[in-house]
Design a protein around this ligand. Structure first.
Ligand SMILES: CC(C)(COP(=O)(O)OP(=O)(O)OC[C@H]1O[C@@H](n2cnc3c(N)ncnc32)[C@H](O)[C@@H]1OP(=O)(O)O)[C@@H](O)C(=O)NCCC(=O)NCCS
Length: 169
């Protein structure tokens, strides 16, 4: 399969925070942001694999900054690493300052998607080659995150998680 670059799967979704999407503090409801990130990541997975893709796991979400009502929110996602049938997708969330237009990072998340065939069976995806320093950093750490996610899901024995052992020994 032909190697692809993370930039080929870049997906950018920009939208407002409207009244029906907030919590009692008038900030974006966490579940609404999860849905926006899942939507962007789903498009990213499809762009990389050109297949139907399903969310296999949400590996990490950091709600570092509240996002107030009326904010312009940009969700940016890219494939950070592929394995056999799965893809790790890194999502950065930005808030745009109304006056300056400058974007400040608000949150980030890491999702795992799996490409499937017409019957829902996992199917191989193209390999990826990181280009930028940040893409390389995220690529390098992805195997560790995959093993951690599989251990937490009960799909891998801790004793088989080579990358995690290396981290702690
Ligand atoms: C995701 C799904 C296709 C995986 O099917 P499966 O029978 O477990 O298949 P496998 O064990 O071969 O796993 C497929 C890949 O997913 C990876 N994977 C599965 N669970 C994972 C997890 N919790 N974290 C990270 N990777 C995971 C596997 O490591 C494997 O990766 P690889 O082929 O790149 O090495 C299947 O569980 C599914 O269809 N789930 C429902 C998805 C869905 O409906 N999502 C929407 C939310 S409701």
């Amino acid at each position: 399969m032909q190697v692809k670059y993370p930039s080929e799967s870049l997906t950018t979704l920009t939208d407002l925070v409207l009244p029906g999407e907030t919590n009692p503090l008038n900030n974006l409801f966490g579940g609404e942001l999860l849905a926006r990130m899942d939507r962007a990541a789903s498009i990213t997975a499809r762009r990389h694999s050109r297949r139907v893709c399903v969310t296999a796991s949400v590996n990490h979400v950091a709600f570092n900054r509240a996002i107030p009502l009326g904010s312009v929110v940009t969700v940016e996602s890219k494939v950070s690493r592929t394995f056999n049938t799965s893809m790790e997708i890194f999502i950065d969330v930005w808030i745009e300052d109304r006056e300056s237009g400058i974007k400040n990072k608000a949150n980030e998340a890491i999702y795992t998607f799996v490409a499937v065939d017409e019957t829902g069976r996992p199917i191989q995806v193209a390999p990826i080659e990181p280009q930028t320093a940040l893409e390389k950093e995220r690529y390098e750490a992805a195997l560790r995150r995959k093993q951690l996610s599989l251990v937490l899901a009960g799909k891998m024995k801790p004793s088989e998680a080579t990358e995690l052992k290396a981290l702690f020994s």
